[in-house]
Design a protein around this ligand. Structure first.
Ligand code: GLY
Ligand code: MN
Ligand code: MN
Length: 453
Protein backbone atom coordinates (compact mmCIF):
# COMPACT_ATOMS: atom_id res chain seq x y z
CA UNK A 1 0.00 0.00 0.00
CA UNK A 2 1.14 3.51 -0.59
CA UNK A 3 -0.36 6.81 0.47
CA UNK A 4 -2.15 8.96 -2.11
CA UNK A 5 0.55 11.59 -2.75
CA UNK A 6 3.18 8.96 -3.50
CA UNK A 7 0.81 7.30 -5.97
CA UNK A 8 0.33 10.61 -7.76
CA UNK A 9 4.07 11.19 -7.85
CA UNK A 10 4.51 7.75 -9.32
CA UNK A 11 1.78 8.33 -11.91
CA UNK A 12 3.51 11.53 -12.96
CA UNK A 13 6.71 9.61 -13.48
CA UNK A 14 8.58 12.07 -11.31
CA UNK A 15 10.34 9.49 -9.15
CA UNK A 16 13.61 8.25 -10.62
CA UNK A 17 13.65 4.63 -11.77
CA UNK A 18 16.23 2.28 -10.18
CA UNK A 19 18.46 2.79 -13.25
CA UNK A 20 18.19 6.57 -12.95
CA UNK A 21 18.96 6.38 -9.24
CA UNK A 22 22.05 4.33 -10.00
CA UNK A 23 23.15 6.84 -12.67
CA UNK A 24 22.62 9.73 -10.22
CA UNK A 25 24.62 7.94 -7.50
CA UNK A 26 27.46 7.29 -9.95
CA UNK A 27 27.38 10.95 -11.00
CA UNK A 28 27.55 12.13 -7.38
CA UNK A 29 30.49 9.80 -6.83
CA UNK A 30 32.30 11.46 -9.76
CA UNK A 31 31.49 14.93 -8.41
CA UNK A 32 32.80 14.04 -4.95
CA UNK A 33 35.92 12.47 -6.41
CA UNK A 34 36.60 15.67 -8.37
CA UNK A 35 36.04 17.77 -5.22
CA UNK A 36 38.63 15.76 -3.35
CA UNK A 37 37.36 17.13 -0.04
CA UNK A 38 35.35 20.02 1.35
CA UNK A 39 31.58 20.36 1.12
CA UNK A 40 29.44 21.34 -1.87
CA UNK A 41 26.18 23.19 -1.26
CA UNK A 42 23.70 23.29 -4.14
CA UNK A 43 20.41 25.18 -4.08
CA UNK A 44 17.33 24.33 -6.13
CA UNK A 45 16.19 27.04 -8.56
CA UNK A 46 13.78 29.60 -7.11
CA UNK A 47 10.23 29.77 -8.41
CA UNK A 48 9.61 32.84 -10.58
CA UNK A 49 6.44 34.90 -10.26
CA UNK A 50 4.57 35.42 -13.53
CA UNK A 51 1.47 37.29 -12.37
CA UNK A 52 0.27 38.04 -8.83
CA UNK A 53 0.53 34.72 -7.00
CA UNK A 54 1.04 32.53 -10.08
CA UNK A 55 4.44 31.30 -11.14
CA UNK A 56 6.12 30.35 -14.42
CA UNK A 57 6.33 26.60 -15.03
CA UNK A 58 9.08 25.44 -12.69
CA UNK A 59 12.42 24.54 -14.19
CA UNK A 60 15.02 23.02 -11.89
CA UNK A 61 18.53 24.51 -11.73
CA UNK A 62 20.64 22.51 -14.18
CA UNK A 63 23.50 21.85 -11.73
CA UNK A 64 21.13 20.89 -8.93
CA UNK A 65 19.22 18.55 -11.24
CA UNK A 66 22.49 17.04 -12.48
CA UNK A 67 23.59 16.14 -8.96
CA UNK A 68 20.24 15.17 -7.44
CA UNK A 69 17.47 14.55 -9.99
CA UNK A 70 15.26 16.20 -7.34
CA UNK A 71 12.54 18.15 -9.18
CA UNK A 72 11.19 20.53 -6.53
CA UNK A 73 12.02 24.10 -5.51
CA UNK A 74 13.00 24.91 -1.91
CA UNK A 75 15.71 22.27 -1.65
CA UNK A 76 19.42 22.20 -0.78
CA UNK A 77 21.87 19.37 -1.49
CA UNK A 78 24.99 18.86 0.64
CA UNK A 79 27.78 16.71 -0.81
CA UNK A 80 30.55 15.80 1.65
CA UNK A 81 33.12 13.36 0.25
CA UNK A 82 34.38 10.99 2.91
CA UNK A 83 31.64 11.84 5.43
CA UNK A 84 29.53 9.17 7.14
CA UNK A 85 26.53 10.66 5.29
CA UNK A 86 28.01 12.07 2.07
CA UNK A 87 24.66 13.07 0.52
CA UNK A 88 22.18 15.09 2.56
CA UNK A 89 19.06 16.83 1.24
CA UNK A 90 17.06 19.64 2.81
CA UNK A 91 13.56 19.71 1.30
CA UNK A 92 10.11 21.14 1.87
CA UNK A 93 8.12 18.68 3.99
CA UNK A 94 4.97 17.02 2.79
CA UNK A 95 1.87 19.17 3.21
CA UNK A 96 -1.52 17.50 2.60
CA UNK A 97 -3.30 20.88 2.39
CA UNK A 98 -1.01 22.25 -0.31
CA UNK A 99 -1.04 18.89 -2.08
CA UNK A 100 -4.74 19.47 -2.84
CA UNK A 101 -3.82 22.59 -4.85
CA UNK A 102 -0.34 21.91 -6.17
CA UNK A 103 0.23 18.18 -5.96
CA UNK A 104 2.37 16.19 -3.57
CA UNK A 105 5.93 16.83 -2.51
CA UNK A 106 8.51 14.08 -2.08
CA UNK A 107 9.08 15.30 1.48
CA UNK A 108 11.86 14.24 3.81
CA UNK A 109 10.77 10.61 3.45
CA UNK A 110 10.86 10.68 -0.36
CA UNK A 111 14.23 12.46 -0.38
CA UNK A 112 15.72 9.34 1.24
CA UNK A 113 13.51 6.58 -0.16
CA UNK A 114 13.18 7.81 -3.75
CA UNK A 115 16.14 10.13 -4.32
CA UNK A 116 18.83 8.22 -2.48
CA UNK A 117 19.82 10.81 0.16
CA UNK A 118 21.75 9.35 3.11
CA UNK A 119 19.78 11.72 5.34
CA UNK A 120 17.19 14.45 4.82
CA UNK A 121 15.83 17.38 6.84
CA UNK A 122 13.05 19.92 6.42
CA UNK A 123 14.32 23.07 4.74
CA UNK A 124 13.27 25.08 7.79
CA UNK A 125 16.00 23.27 9.76
CA UNK A 126 18.76 24.56 7.47
CA UNK A 127 20.21 27.11 9.92
CA UNK A 128 20.34 24.45 12.66
CA UNK A 129 21.32 21.29 10.79
CA UNK A 130 23.72 22.61 8.14
CA UNK A 131 26.45 24.18 10.37
CA UNK A 132 27.55 20.82 11.83
CA UNK A 133 28.01 19.53 8.27
CA UNK A 134 30.37 22.44 7.55
CA UNK A 135 32.31 22.30 10.79
CA UNK A 136 35.19 20.25 9.39
CA UNK A 137 35.17 21.59 5.83
CA UNK A 138 38.12 23.79 4.91
CA UNK A 139 36.56 24.52 1.51
CA UNK A 140 32.95 25.13 0.61
CA UNK A 141 31.83 24.87 -3.01
CA UNK A 142 28.95 27.25 -3.81
CA UNK A 143 27.35 28.81 -6.87
CA UNK A 144 29.03 32.20 -6.90
CA UNK A 145 26.67 33.60 -9.56
CA UNK A 146 23.43 32.89 -7.69
CA UNK A 147 21.78 35.86 -5.95
CA UNK A 148 18.37 34.49 -4.94
CA UNK A 149 17.11 34.15 -1.36
CA UNK A 150 18.08 30.50 -0.88
CA UNK A 151 21.62 31.08 -2.21
CA UNK A 152 21.95 34.09 0.11
CA UNK A 153 20.79 31.93 3.01
CA UNK A 154 23.51 29.38 2.27
CA UNK A 155 26.19 32.07 2.09
CA UNK A 156 25.02 33.56 5.39
CA UNK A 157 25.31 30.15 7.06
CA UNK A 158 28.82 29.61 5.67
CA UNK A 159 29.84 33.04 7.00
CA UNK A 160 28.38 32.27 10.39
CA UNK A 161 30.29 28.99 10.63
CA UNK A 162 33.43 30.75 9.42
CA UNK A 163 32.99 33.44 12.07
CA UNK A 164 32.88 30.71 14.74
CA UNK A 165 36.15 29.21 13.53
CA UNK A 166 38.45 30.78 16.16
CA UNK A 167 36.50 29.10 18.95
CA UNK A 168 35.59 25.89 17.09
CA UNK A 169 39.12 25.40 15.79
CA UNK A 170 37.89 24.30 12.38
CA UNK A 171 35.52 25.41 9.62
CA UNK A 172 35.58 26.90 6.15
CA UNK A 173 38.35 29.27 5.10
CA UNK A 174 37.73 29.23 1.37
CA UNK A 175 34.73 29.45 -0.92
CA UNK A 176 35.09 27.97 -4.39
CA UNK A 177 32.76 28.01 -7.37
CA UNK A 178 30.78 24.76 -7.58
CA UNK A 179 30.64 25.29 -11.34
CA UNK A 180 34.37 24.70 -11.58
CA UNK A 181 33.71 21.04 -10.72
CA UNK A 182 30.22 20.53 -12.11
CA UNK A 183 30.58 22.31 -15.42
CA UNK A 184 33.65 20.39 -16.48
CA UNK A 185 31.82 17.14 -15.69
CA UNK A 186 28.69 18.31 -17.52
CA UNK A 187 30.71 19.20 -20.60
CA UNK A 188 31.45 15.52 -21.33
CA UNK A 189 28.17 13.68 -21.65
CA UNK A 190 27.80 10.19 -20.14
CA UNK A 191 25.82 7.50 -22.04
CA UNK A 192 22.64 8.09 -20.00
CA UNK A 193 22.84 11.82 -20.74
CA UNK A 194 23.37 11.18 -24.43
CA UNK A 195 20.26 8.97 -24.42
CA UNK A 196 18.22 11.93 -23.19
CA UNK A 197 19.85 14.28 -25.68
CA UNK A 198 19.09 11.92 -28.54
CA UNK A 199 15.46 11.83 -27.42
CA UNK A 200 15.21 15.65 -27.21
CA UNK A 201 16.90 16.10 -30.59
CA UNK A 202 14.82 13.35 -32.22
CA UNK A 203 11.64 15.15 -31.15
CA UNK A 204 13.01 18.45 -32.47
CA UNK A 205 13.77 16.85 -35.85
CA UNK A 206 10.21 15.50 -36.06
CA UNK A 207 8.89 18.99 -35.40
CA UNK A 208 11.06 20.49 -38.15
CA UNK A 209 9.90 17.86 -40.63
CA UNK A 210 6.30 18.52 -39.61
CA UNK A 211 6.81 22.26 -40.20
CA UNK A 212 8.36 21.62 -43.63
CA UNK A 213 5.36 19.48 -44.56
CA UNK A 214 2.85 22.07 -43.36
CA UNK A 215 3.95 25.70 -43.81
CA UNK A 216 2.46 27.54 -46.77
CA UNK A 217 1.84 31.14 -47.85
CA UNK A 218 -1.06 32.73 -45.96
CA UNK A 219 -0.29 30.96 -42.69
CA UNK A 220 0.97 32.98 -39.74
CA UNK A 221 4.38 32.36 -38.19
CA UNK A 222 2.63 31.60 -34.90
CA UNK A 223 0.65 28.79 -36.52
CA UNK A 224 3.93 27.08 -37.35
CA UNK A 225 5.21 27.85 -33.86
CA UNK A 226 2.07 26.20 -32.44
CA UNK A 227 2.62 23.14 -34.64
CA UNK A 228 6.20 22.85 -33.46
CA UNK A 229 5.42 23.28 -29.79
CA UNK A 230 2.46 20.89 -30.14
CA UNK A 231 4.77 18.29 -31.66
CA UNK A 232 7.18 18.73 -28.73
CA UNK A 233 4.47 18.21 -26.12
CA UNK A 234 2.68 15.46 -28.03
CA UNK A 235 5.94 13.53 -28.11
CA UNK A 236 6.37 13.96 -24.34
CA UNK A 237 8.96 16.74 -24.26
CA UNK A 238 8.77 19.30 -21.47
CA UNK A 239 8.30 21.93 -24.19
CA UNK A 240 10.56 24.23 -26.17
CA UNK A 241 14.08 24.53 -24.76
CA UNK A 242 13.91 28.24 -25.72
CA UNK A 243 11.28 30.41 -27.37
CA UNK A 244 10.84 28.93 -30.84
CA UNK A 245 11.97 31.31 -33.59
CA UNK A 246 9.71 31.20 -36.65
CA UNK A 247 10.88 34.01 -38.90
CA UNK A 248 9.83 34.67 -42.46
CA UNK A 249 11.56 37.03 -44.92
CA UNK A 250 13.42 39.89 -43.28
CA UNK A 251 12.30 38.79 -39.78
CA UNK A 252 14.95 36.10 -40.07
CA UNK A 253 17.67 38.76 -40.07
CA UNK A 254 16.80 39.42 -36.40
CA UNK A 255 18.87 36.72 -34.69
CA UNK A 256 16.55 36.13 -31.72
CA UNK A 257 13.23 37.07 -33.36
CA UNK A 258 10.40 35.56 -31.31
CA UNK A 259 7.37 37.76 -32.05
CA UNK A 260 6.26 35.16 -34.64
CA UNK A 261 3.27 37.30 -35.64
CA UNK A 262 3.74 37.86 -39.40
CA UNK A 263 2.12 36.08 -42.32
CA UNK A 264 4.07 33.90 -44.76
CA UNK A 265 4.23 35.26 -48.31
CA UNK A 266 5.20 33.21 -51.40
CA UNK A 267 8.83 32.98 -52.50
CA UNK A 268 10.29 33.90 -49.13
CA UNK A 269 12.52 31.87 -46.88
CA UNK A 270 11.26 30.67 -43.50
CA UNK A 271 13.86 30.25 -40.74
CA UNK A 272 12.85 28.02 -37.83
CA UNK A 273 15.15 27.73 -34.82
CA UNK A 274 13.41 25.37 -32.42
CA UNK A 275 14.53 22.65 -30.04
CA UNK A 276 12.70 20.49 -27.53
CA UNK A 277 13.72 20.02 -23.91
CA UNK A 278 13.36 16.43 -22.74
CA UNK A 279 14.54 14.77 -19.56
CA UNK A 280 16.39 17.97 -18.61
CA UNK A 281 18.38 18.16 -21.88
CA UNK A 282 17.99 20.52 -24.82
CA UNK A 283 17.96 20.31 -28.58
CA UNK A 284 18.89 23.38 -30.63
CA UNK A 285 18.11 22.92 -34.32
CA UNK A 286 17.61 25.45 -37.13
CA UNK A 287 16.33 24.83 -40.61
CA UNK A 288 15.56 27.33 -43.36
CA UNK A 289 13.29 26.48 -46.27
CA UNK A 290 11.18 28.21 -48.94
CA UNK A 291 7.61 29.27 -48.20
CA UNK A 292 6.75 28.13 -51.74
CA UNK A 293 7.47 24.65 -53.07
CA UNK A 294 10.92 25.53 -54.47
CA UNK A 295 13.81 27.82 -53.58
CA UNK A 296 14.07 30.91 -55.83
CA UNK A 297 17.40 30.92 -57.72
CA UNK A 298 18.77 33.71 -55.46
CA UNK A 299 17.70 31.95 -52.27
CA UNK A 300 19.16 28.70 -53.55
CA UNK A 301 22.54 30.36 -54.10
CA UNK A 302 22.60 31.86 -50.61
CA UNK A 303 21.39 28.62 -49.04
CA UNK A 304 24.07 26.60 -50.80
CA UNK A 305 26.72 28.99 -49.46
CA UNK A 306 25.56 28.49 -45.87
CA UNK A 307 25.18 24.74 -46.37
CA UNK A 308 28.70 24.44 -47.78
CA UNK A 309 30.07 26.34 -44.78
CA UNK A 310 28.09 24.17 -42.37
CA UNK A 311 29.12 20.87 -43.98
CA UNK A 312 32.80 21.90 -43.99
CA UNK A 313 32.59 22.96 -40.35
CA UNK A 314 30.90 19.71 -39.30
CA UNK A 315 33.50 17.68 -41.20
CA UNK A 316 36.17 19.31 -39.04
CA UNK A 317 34.60 18.17 -35.73
CA UNK A 318 36.83 15.54 -34.15
CA UNK A 319 38.86 15.08 -30.96
CA UNK A 320 41.63 17.66 -30.84
CA UNK A 321 39.86 20.21 -33.08
CA UNK A 322 38.79 23.53 -31.53
CA UNK A 323 35.63 25.61 -31.84
CA UNK A 324 37.81 28.46 -33.08
CA UNK A 325 39.21 26.34 -35.92
CA UNK A 326 35.68 25.20 -36.80
CA UNK A 327 34.44 28.81 -36.78
CA UNK A 328 37.39 29.98 -38.91
CA UNK A 329 36.68 27.25 -41.45
CA UNK A 330 32.98 28.13 -41.65
CA UNK A 331 33.88 31.78 -42.22
CA UNK A 332 36.35 30.94 -44.99
CA UNK A 333 33.91 28.78 -46.92
CA UNK A 334 31.16 31.36 -46.46
CA UNK A 335 33.40 34.17 -47.66
CA UNK A 336 34.57 32.18 -50.70
CA UNK A 337 30.96 31.61 -51.74
CA UNK A 338 29.97 35.16 -50.79
CA UNK A 339 32.65 36.61 -53.08
CA UNK A 340 31.27 34.66 -56.03
CA UNK A 341 27.76 35.89 -55.22
CA UNK A 342 28.77 39.53 -54.88
CA UNK A 343 28.19 39.77 -51.12
CA UNK A 344 31.81 40.72 -50.46
CA UNK A 345 34.45 42.52 -52.46
CA UNK A 346 38.16 41.77 -52.63
CA UNK A 347 39.85 38.48 -51.81
CA UNK A 348 39.19 35.86 -49.13
CA UNK A 349 42.15 36.77 -46.92
CA UNK A 350 41.27 40.46 -46.87
CA UNK A 351 37.56 39.91 -46.16
CA UNK A 352 38.51 37.51 -43.33
CA UNK A 353 41.31 39.70 -41.90
CA UNK A 354 39.13 42.84 -41.96
CA UNK A 355 36.13 40.89 -40.63
CA UNK A 356 34.03 42.35 -43.45
CA UNK A 357 31.94 39.14 -43.33
CA UNK A 358 30.51 40.28 -39.99
CA UNK A 359 28.13 42.53 -41.89
CA UNK A 360 26.20 39.38 -42.86
CA UNK A 361 27.52 36.75 -40.42
CA UNK A 362 27.99 38.24 -36.97
CA UNK A 363 27.68 35.36 -34.49
CA UNK A 364 29.83 32.40 -33.51
CA UNK A 365 29.47 29.08 -35.30
CA UNK A 366 29.26 26.88 -32.19
CA UNK A 367 28.36 26.65 -28.54
CA UNK A 368 28.17 23.76 -26.10
CA UNK A 369 24.80 22.03 -25.79
CA UNK A 370 23.37 20.01 -22.92
CA UNK A 371 21.15 20.75 -19.94
CA UNK A 372 21.41 24.42 -20.91
CA UNK A 373 20.95 25.50 -24.52
CA UNK A 374 24.13 27.53 -24.24
CA UNK A 375 25.66 24.89 -22.05
CA UNK A 376 28.29 25.29 -19.38
CA UNK A 377 31.98 24.48 -19.63
CA UNK A 378 35.00 26.55 -20.46
CA UNK A 379 35.66 27.42 -24.09
CA UNK A 380 39.31 28.28 -23.45
CA UNK A 381 42.00 26.98 -21.13
CA UNK A 382 44.89 29.28 -20.23
CA UNK A 383 43.73 31.66 -22.95
CA UNK A 384 43.85 28.99 -25.66
CA UNK A 385 40.80 27.43 -27.39
CA UNK A 386 40.31 24.04 -25.74
CA UNK A 387 40.63 20.87 -27.82
CA UNK A 388 37.43 18.87 -28.34
CA UNK A 389 37.08 15.53 -26.53
CA UNK A 390 34.76 12.55 -27.09
CA UNK A 391 31.43 13.07 -25.32
CA UNK A 392 31.25 16.82 -25.87
CA UNK A 393 28.17 18.08 -27.77
CA UNK A 394 28.25 21.31 -29.73
CA UNK A 395 26.10 23.12 -32.26
CA UNK A 396 27.34 24.01 -35.74
CA UNK A 397 25.23 26.90 -36.98
CA UNK A 398 26.62 29.26 -39.61
CA UNK A 399 24.23 31.73 -41.23
CA UNK A 400 23.83 34.67 -43.58
CA UNK A 401 21.64 37.62 -42.60
CA UNK A 402 21.11 40.25 -45.31
CA UNK A 403 19.01 43.17 -44.09
CA UNK A 404 16.18 44.50 -46.26
CA UNK A 405 18.06 47.78 -46.72
CA UNK A 406 21.51 46.29 -47.37
CA UNK A 407 23.34 48.35 -49.97
CA UNK A 408 25.74 47.05 -52.59
CA UNK A 409 24.27 43.54 -52.78
CA UNK A 410 21.96 42.03 -55.42
CA UNK A 411 18.35 43.09 -54.86
CA UNK A 412 17.12 39.47 -54.76
CA UNK A 413 19.31 38.75 -51.70
CA UNK A 414 17.87 41.52 -49.52
CA UNK A 415 15.63 40.81 -46.55
CA UNK A 416 16.87 37.24 -46.20
CA UNK A 417 18.06 35.30 -43.15
CA UNK A 418 19.45 31.77 -43.42
CA UNK A 419 20.82 29.62 -40.62
CA UNK A 420 21.44 25.88 -40.63
CA UNK A 421 22.07 24.48 -37.16
CA UNK A 422 22.89 20.92 -36.18
CA UNK A 423 23.74 19.30 -32.85
CA UNK A 424 27.00 17.37 -33.11
CA UNK A 425 28.52 14.80 -30.75
CA UNK A 426 32.31 14.43 -30.67
CA UNK A 427 33.12 10.70 -30.92
CA UNK A 428 36.39 8.78 -30.50
CA UNK A 429 37.00 8.86 -34.22
CA UNK A 430 35.24 12.03 -35.37
CA UNK A 431 31.67 13.10 -34.87
CA UNK A 432 28.01 12.14 -35.12
CA UNK A 433 25.33 14.60 -36.27
CA UNK A 434 22.57 13.98 -33.74
CA UNK A 435 20.05 16.10 -35.67
CA UNK A 436 20.61 14.43 -39.06
CA UNK A 437 16.91 13.47 -39.25
CA UNK A 438 15.96 17.09 -39.98
CA UNK A 439 16.38 17.50 -43.77
CA UNK A 440 18.78 20.18 -44.98
CA UNK A 441 19.76 19.16 -48.51
CA UNK A 442 17.86 21.22 -51.10
CA UNK A 443 16.38 18.15 -52.85
CA UNK A 444 15.10 16.62 -49.56
CA UNK A 445 13.57 19.93 -48.52
CA UNK A 446 11.85 20.48 -51.86
CA UNK A 447 10.47 16.94 -51.72
CA UNK A 448 8.84 17.66 -48.36
CA UNK A 449 7.70 21.10 -49.51
CA UNK A 450 5.92 19.47 -52.45
CA UNK A 451 3.68 17.73 -49.87
CA UNK A 452 2.57 21.01 -48.23
CA UNK A 453 -0.97 22.00 -49.17
N1 GLY B 1 18.61 28.92 -30.36
C1 GLY B 1 19.66 29.68 -29.81
C2 GLY B 1 20.94 29.44 -30.47
O1 GLY B 1 20.96 28.91 -31.57
O2 GLY B 1 21.98 29.65 -29.93
MN1 MN C 1 22.49 27.43 -31.07
MN1 MN D 1 19.36 27.73 -32.28
Amino acid sequence: MCDAPRCVLEARGMRPTPEERAALAARRARIMEAMGGGVMLLAAAPEQVRTADLTYPYRQDSDFDHATGFPEPGAVAVLSPGAAQPYVLFVRPRDPERAIWLGPRAGVEGAVDDYGADAAHPLDDLEKALPPLLAKAPEVFLHLAREDALAARLLAIVRRVHAGRPRAGSGPTAIRDAGEILHELRLRKAPDELGRMRAAIGIACDAHREAMRTARPGMAEHEIEALINYTFRRRGAAGPAYDSIVATGANATVLHYTANDCTLAPDQLLLIDAGAEHGGYCADVTRTFPTSARFTPAHRDLYQAVLAAQLSAIAAVRPGATLKAIHDLAIRVLVEAGLTLGLFQGDVDTVVAQEAYKRFYMHNTSHWLGRDVHDVGRYAIDGQPRPLEPGMVLTVEPGLYIPADAEGVPEAFRGTGIRIEDDVLVTETGHEVLSAAAPKQIEEIEQLRAQAR
